[in-house]
Design a binder for this molecule. Structure first.
Ligand code: DGJ
Length: 731
């Protein structure tokens, strides 16, 4: 919401006497608007890049409401992107164009359509950033109040997009804690389809701020026209597809305005978060690839840097932390070829020891009873073992049982005149990041750690509570409705300060598992924890869904113990490895409880993952068989940009005798190249029939390789799980 000053290089167009076509192009996508002085700006087109001749033929359709940014007031029954109360109480707004500009950025062109109310001095700039090398357009609005008094914004979408009706399906992700990222596909029918979040701090447990629209019937992975939309925002959002009596669906996306009316003071500008829009003719996977490329290049922290293979202490020891134990875990991950050790929750608290989740958040002093040599000792052990070191924090939170809360009870989010509803452990509270003093404090947690211990390479930033209590002890009573937005503005300020000072540190955003999988967060974070549920079988569903919008490099996927600590399922180690290896690989286990044979298998997997890491983390994703289609298996693959390397994953999802699984056709390869097959993480007694053989890309894509339905190991070691990872290298 910060208002960035316009770049110097700005080109102001003479106002058109007649309507102008304003075109926002990427290499493969066009957005065309009709802009005429004194008239509302209208949509002409959004989709695959247009030929100039076809563009010349465009006209505003009469079959739908094509206002680019419909405001409330003069067509009250229609859904609006903007609704506001003017300083004098008038509830109506009517926006007309006054011109448009464009400016060049290093990798993008930003086009701005200027609108204003015909009667009131309220201005709206509609901004579109079109990237030169990825098919993605960011759309947002900037609302400026030039009235004499305060204007109250009651609806403030980032953008609206009309989508032509006709067998349009919407894909979105839903879930809950430990079951995030589930794919839902719905046919859009008359009515409203609303996806909203009101958690306050985390926004991707129950639903996601990203959707895809398949325009040619139920979405397919690698064919068909798909529009993708992702709101680049970590706070409460609302995505809405409205279908009424016209030929169009109207898609609105932005900050959730519920209980959040915003008082825009005289002279102020409110900048909405960007809506990232893409279009692909290559189905859902094609739209995913566009998001992934954009995300890695322009959003994700260190998006072009390969991620370390780590061991996280949480599921291995939980709060049972001690110096010797950490040293042992570091030695173990190092011996398996891992590169980083992360000490999770439980290392801090002096007056109140953090032995469970009910105290000490905010007291970020090492617990010397557990760790007598402090962080110095941990860093020393990490160095000795040849691994990097990372540490867990939860900077936005406190517990009522903490020294911080005793000192600053006024820093917590709490409804005025009421006792606070408490969260995790029966004592947790959210700190009020709208308060600059709290922002300074949150910054200081990271600053103290990193300035004193610059060797800390990784931070796991957790957030385990939503805003349950609507109330800020900092904001005025008039502005209590700003809480959710001010919280995220404050959060952004803290993270901006951290990133300005500590550019290199890797930061994971975790929020009770996958509560912060969104592009708003990832601007300053390197990755997210997909879920607290590490069960390999359920992870296939979650990771498959999450991959709709997020690249493997950002998805933390860890090998854990069995029976799994969340669902108590026992899967084979090979299966757990093969699932975790399809994202950013790590471990979440107590290695000292593993057998030598298990450690050897993990060691082999880690070394092979290092070989394929660039393909997995930087390659193009092709989803092949969805676990949601109940075909008895799931499959996907990554292909390097040069199409010279690929990694194919095959996981059996159902185990019945005499089952008949489809053969999987590959995708994304170069039909004319020859690829040599190598199985990774092989455990079978005999090599695969195709091991070492060479196949044309055409054969692999038209026909595919048979995968034996079981892993053929010694009798006593057979399990009901089966999976394969195949590495393809072009000759
Ligand atoms: C929730 C996270 O998702 C877990 O990975 C772990 O860090 C715990 N918090 C620690 O309290």
């Amino acid at each position: 919401m910060k208002f960035k000053s316009m770049a110097l290089l700005m080109l102001t167009m003479a106002m058109p006497a007649m309507a102008d076509q304003v075109t926002v192009n990427t290499q493969g996508v066009s957005l065309v608007l009709d802009v005429e002085n004194g008239q509302p700006a209208k949509y002409l087109y959004f989709g695959a890049r247009l030929d100039e001749r076809d563009k010349a033929n465009l006209s505003v359709t009469a079959n739908g409401r094509m206002d680019v940014y419909p405001a409330y007031g003069l067509n009250t029954p229609a859904e609006s992107a903007l609704a506001l109360r003017h300083a004098d109480g008038n509830m109506s707004t009517a926006l007309v164009a006054t011109g448009y500009d464009s400016r060049q950025e290093a990798n993008a062109t930003v086009t701005v359509i200027h609108l204003k109310d015909a009667v009131y001095p309220v201005k709206v700039d509609l901004c579109y950033r079109a990237y030169k090398d990825v098919d993605l357009i960011e759309a947002w609005s900037e609302i400026t109040n030039e009235e004499k008094g305060t204007v109250t914004l009651t609806t403030f979408a980032s953008a609206m997009l009309p989508i032509r009706r006709g067998n349009v399906w919407m894909s979105h992700l839903s879930g809950t804690w430990a079951s995030e990222g589930y794919v839902n596909n719905e046919l859009l029918t008359p009515g409203e389809f609303v996806i909203r979040n009101a958690d306050g701090t985390r926004n991707s447990h129950t639903d996601h701020a990203e959707v895809m629209f398949s325009l040619d019937g139920k979405g397919q992975e690698n064919v068909g026209r798909v529009i993708g939309a992702a709101l680049v925002y970590g706070g409460n959002y609302k995505l809405k597809a409205v279908t009424d009596d016209t030929d169009y669906h109207y898609f609105f996306a932005g900050i959730n305005e519920e209980n959040s009316e915003y008082h825009l003071r005289k002279g102020e500008t409110f900048k909405t978060p960007a809506l990232a829009l893409t279009f692909s003719n290559e189905g859902l996977s094609g739209a995913s690839r566009n998001f992934h490329k954009w995300g890695r290049k322009y959003v994700l922290a260190h998006g072009s840097q390969l991620r370390d293979i780590l061991l996280n202490s949480w599921e291995g020891v939980y709060f049972d932390i001690n110096q010797q134990g950490m040293d042992q875990m570091m030695a173990d991950i190092a011996s398996m070829g891992g590169e980083l050790f992360v000490m999770d929750d439980g290392w801090f608290g002096t007056k109140y020891q953090r032995n469970s989740d009910n105290c000490a958040l905010g007291d970020w002093e090492v617990d010397r009873k557990k760790l007598p040599d402090g962080i110095d000792g941990l860093l020393r052990d990490a160095k000795k073992n040849g691994v990097k070191f990372g540490i867990w924090i939860e900077p936005e939170m406190t517990n009522t049982t903490s020294e911080l809360y005793e000192k600053h009870p006024d820093w917590v989010v709490k409804a005025p005149k009421r006792d606070a509803v408490l969260g995790r452990g029966g004592t947790q509270l959210v700190l009020d990041l709208s308060n600059p003093k709290v922002q300074d404090y949150a910054f200081s947690i990271v600053d103290n750690l990193l300035s004193k211990y610059p060797e800390i390479a990784y931070i796991k930033w957790d957030a385990n509570m939503g805003i349950m209590n609507h109330g800020s002890q900092y904001l005025s009573m008039t502005d209590q409705s700003h809480l959710y937005i001010a919280y995220h503005q404050g959060f952004r300020k803290v993270v901006d300060r951290i990133r300005a000072k500590y550019k290199d540190v890797v930061i994971q955003c975790c929020a009770s598992g996958g509560g912060r999988a969104n592009w708003g967060m990832l601007r300053d974070f390197d990755e997210f924890w997909v879920s607290d549920n590490t069960d390999a079988f359920q992870r296939i569903y979650m990771q498959y869904g999450t991959s709709y919008f997020f690249p493997a490099i950002a998805m933390a996927c860890h090998i854990s113990a069995v029976p799994n600590h969340t669902v108590f399922r026992t899967t084979s180690l090979k299966y757990r490895i093969d699932v975790a290896m399809s994202g950013r690989l790590g471990m979440e286990i107590q290695p000292k409880n593993m057998t030598d044979e298990e450690k050897a298998l993990c060691k082999k997997a880690i070394s092979q993952y290092k070989e394929i890491r660039p393909v997995v983390q930087m390659g193009d994703l092709y989803r092949l068989v969805s676990p949601y289609d109940n075909e008895g298996l799931a499959s996907l693959m990554y292909v390097s940009e040069a199409k010279d390397k690929a990694v194919f994953y095959w996981w059996k999802m159902a185990n019945f005798y005499n089952v008949h699984l489809p053969r999987v056709k590959m995708a994304g390869l170069d039909a004319n190249r020859i690829y040599k097959v190598r199985e990774l993480n092989a455990i079978d007694l005999k090599p695969l029939y195709c091991e070492g053989k060479a196949y044309t890309g055409k054969y692999l894509m038209d026909h595919g390789l048979e995968m034996p339905y079981t892993n053929e190991v010694e009798w006593g070691k057979k399990t009901d799980w089966s999976s394969r990872v195949i590495y393809l290298e072009a000759e």
